[in-house]
Each structure stands twice: as structure tokens, then as C-alpha cells.
Design a protein around this ligand. Structure first.
Ligand code: HEC
Ligand code: HEC
Length: 343
């Protein structure tokens, strides 16, 4: 009865609703007031049962060809949903992928997904790792056949969608709901913004330095990303063409989505290919290893010139890292709502 009511109040043609930013326990997705407003999709209203189903699916190895890996194998909550310090991930038979696993928090605000932005909606993205031969290596239809044998999933799909019909579309919708619910907004930095704690002088200094160095030109707003793609001058020639590989536009080669600086202390190694093992190495790169190439020159000239002219001191680099560490959200990485339901 409750499920039917929840559905009848949300017709597919309703405009997307903007939720009020409020931190309270009854809201299914609650975000603090420093974060941008959140937009829900009217074709996939978030429900308690949908979130529950999505969480089970995220942690279930049934979603892989030989029942060995789940989404969480590469997106570990303790590492802010990244892959256990691996440079690139391993698939069902330990076959190596080509890119560093991205964190899966605050995605409710993103409409360009993956390093090369080749997906724009989580519902669309959710079936891609399942089908990827280097990852879960199975068709969504074959996953559905496996799920149909489980009375647990029959019940959970019924609770979430009103009937126990299991389809790839519903699988994707439940995963989308779960992914949208993973919000990171409770780091020490956030608490300091809300006046609950004070940052140390070193952390404050690091924040200032990040501003002076132009980090916030791209890692901007309370999301610490502009949601755009840039070529940061990592290479002269591009083995991975990034956005350009997807759009086939020459001037977009070597551009990658700006990752959020939130939780970077937990997500090593860094960059799309995991080439830097530590934040010290990342800062060294920005400070004096940026390579002006055809596509970085247009986009980040000021940044590159600034970075190459003023060498950062050891002390300032340490302060910058102290600031980055203040962006770690220990609540998110331990929140039982996002944890493994099979344990
Ligand atoms: C074998 C490891 C692996 C598995 C399993 C895996 N992922 Fe990923 N995930 C990755 C990698 C690597 C990337 C970056 C890929 C790229 O950009 O091409 C990624 C990227 C993502 C992103 C993009 C985040 C962003 O900021 O754009 C989302 C969302 C995501 N994965 C969700 C999932 C879900 C849901 C599942 C299960 C259905 C899953 N992943 C299974 C390795 C994995
Ligand atoms: C021109 C935009 C831009 C500027 C300015 C910029 N970044 Fe980045 N940053 C990016 C992009 C894009 C990436 C991903 C690059 C890639 O993987 O190819 C990135 C990656 C990172 C990463 C790795 C994150 C991860 O999850 O792998 C860190 C840390 C980082 N930047 C910190 C900084 C700091 C500190 C500054 C200032 C010194 C800075 N950035 C300036 C765009 C920028």
C-alpha cells in the first residue's frame, strides 16, 4: 500500500524536484547547507526500498561473470569508494583495467561521469562496468537471470518497484538511487565552515596557498570540482586521449574530468592512470613538472605559468597537504547506510 502511494504521487512527467537542503534523519538524502541544492530525477524517485536494493546490488558478486567481484570490490567505502590503493583495477580473472578507479561520492551533483565523461546519468553508467570485459564481464540480462533465482531479490525488487519483475532497467535504477545517496559533506573542513571546529593554523595556511596557486580555479565550490574536463599538462603525447577519445575532437585529447579534492587523503594513487603515489608527488607535479602541450596551453596557461614561476617551499607543501587532509569525511567512510549489507 505504501509503495503504491509513493508511486502514484510521482508521475513520470513531473518536473525534476529540487529538495530542500536540510540535515535531518527522516530525509532519505540529506545534505548540509554549504552544498549546492540537489536535484532528483522524476523518472527514478528515491525510496527507502530502492536504496536498500541498490545497496545490496552494489555489494553483490552476482553482478560479475564468475561471481567473484562486486562494484564494491573496486569501490571500497573505507577508501572513499576507490580501489584499495591500486593503480588500475583488476576484473573477474585479474585482468587489468586501464584507469584508476574513481570515488563514487557526491555523484548526485555530477552530469558528466567517468574520467572521459562518456556517461551523463548514473542509470546509464550502472550497466557499463557490468558489461566491461575488463571488469565484471557479463551481460545485464545474464545478471538478471541470476537475480531471478533469489527469493531475497524478488522481494526487494517488489518492495522497490511494486512488482517482482527483475529487469536490467530496474537494476540500473536501484544502483542509481544508492549511488545518489552517497554524500560527503562532513569533513573537518565542513565542520569548520559551520563553526563546529577550528582548523589548525597549518590547515588554514594550506587553504590560502591552494587559493594562491589557483587550485580552486578547477577544484572549485564546496564540491571541490568544476565538473569540467581539463588537460593539466601531465604528458606531451597522450596514450589515453580522455575526453578527446570519446568525442573524437582533437583539441579535447588529454582532457580528464576534474576529480574532487574531498577525501583525497584516502584515494591514492592519483590521476586518471594512478601515476602519482602520494599527494607530495601531485604537488611536485603541479609545482614544476607541468608540461605545456597543445591542449593544456590554451586552457591553463595562467595556471601553468604561475606554477612554474613560483616554486613551492617544503613548508608550504606540507601546509597544502594538511589542508587536503582536512577534507577527509570519516562519517561517510564509516556510515552503515553505505556499508556491506552481507556482513
Ligand atoms: C574492476 C573494477 C571496477 C568494478 C567492478 C566497478 N568499477 Fe566503477 N569504476 C572503475 C574504474 C576503473 C572507473 C573509472 C573508469 C573510467 O573512467 O573509464 C570507475 C568509475 C565509476 C564511476 C564514475 C564516477 C565518476 O565520478 O564519474 C561510477 C559511478 C562507478 N564506477 C560505479 C560503479 C558501479 C555501480 C559498479 C557496479 C555495477 C562499478 N562501478 C564496478 C572500476 C570498477
Ligand atoms: C586547470 C584545472 C586544474 C587546476 C588549476 C588544478 N587542478 Fe588538480 N586536477 C585537475 C584535473 C583535470 C585532474 C585530473 C587529471 C588527470 O587525471 O589527467 C586533477 C587532479 C588532481 C589531484 C588528483 C586527484 C585524484 O583523485 O586523482 C589532486 C590531488 C589535485 N588535482 C590537486 C590540485 C592542487 C593542489 C592544485 C593547485 C596546486 C590543482 N589540483 C590545480 C584540474 C586542475
Amino acid at each position: 500500500m505504501f509503495v503504491a502511494l509513493a508511486f502514484s504521487s510521482c508521475k513520470p512527467d513531473e518536473p525534476d524536484t529540487i529538495l530542500k537542503n536540510q540535515k535531518n534523519d527522516t530525509a532519505l538524502i540529506s545534505v548540509s547547507s554549504e552544498m549546492p541544492p540537489i536535484v532528483k530525477f522524476s523518472d527514478n524517485p528515491i525510496t527507502k526500498a530502492g536504496l536498500d536494493l541498490g545497496r545490496f546490488l552494489f555489494y553483490d558478486t552476482l553482478l560479475s561473470q564468475n561471481n567473484t567481484i562486486s562494484c564494491a570490490s573496486c569501490h571500497n567505502q573505507a577508501m572513499a569508494f576507490t580501489d584499495n590503493n591500486k593503480k588500475v583495477s583488476e576484473g573477474t580473472v585479474k585482468q587489468l583495467g586501464t584507469r584508476n578507479a574513481m570515488p563514487t561520492f557526491n555523484l548526485i551533483w555530477f552530469d558528466s561521469l567517468f574520467w572521459d565523461s562518456r556517461a551523463s546519468r548514473l542509470k546509464q553508467l550502472a550497466l557499463m562496468p557490468i558489461q566491461n570485459p575488463l571488469e565484471m564481464n557479463i551481460t545485464p540480462e545474464a545478471v538478471v537471470e541470476k537475480l531471478k533465482l533469489s527469493s531475497l531479490y524478488k522481494l526487494k525488487f517488489k518492495n522497490a518497484f511494486g512488482s517482482d519483475t527483475i529487469t536490467p532497467e530496474r537494476l540500473a535504477m536501484a544502483l542509481e538511487q544508492f549511488l545518489m545517496s552517497i554524500v560527503s559533506d562532513n569533513s573537518r573542513f565542513d565542520k569548520s565552515k559551520r563553526g563546529e571546529v577550528a582548523l589548525t593554523p597549518e590547515e588554514n595556511r594550506g587553504f590560502e596557498i591552494a587559493g594562491q596557486k589557483g587550485c580552486f580555479n578547477c577544484h572549485k565550490t564546496s564540491l571541490f570540482t568544476d565538473n569540467l574536463s581539463h588537460n593539466t599538462g601531465l604528458d606531451l603525447y597522450f596514450t589515453d586521449k580522455g575526453l578527446g577519445g570519446f568525442t573524437k575532437k582533437y583539441n579535447q585529447e588529454g582532457k580528464f574530468k576534474t576529480p574532487s579534492l574531498r577525501n583525497v587523503a584516502l584515494t591514492a594513487p592519483y590521476m586518471h592512470d594512478g601515476r602519482f603515489e602520494t599527494l607530495e608527488k601531485v604537488i611536485e607535479f603541479y609545482d614544476h613538472d607541468v608540461i605545456p602541450n597543445l591542449n593544456s596551453r590554451n586552457i591553463s596557461r595562467t595556471f601553468i605559468e604561475q606554477a612554474t614561476r613560483n616554486r613551492i617551499s617544503q613548508e608550504d607543501s606540507k601546509a597544502l597537504i594538511a589542508f587536503l587532509n582536512s577534507l577527509t569525511d570519516y562519517d561517510m567512510v564509516t556510515n552503515p547506510k553505505f556499508s556491506n549489507p552481507f556482513k
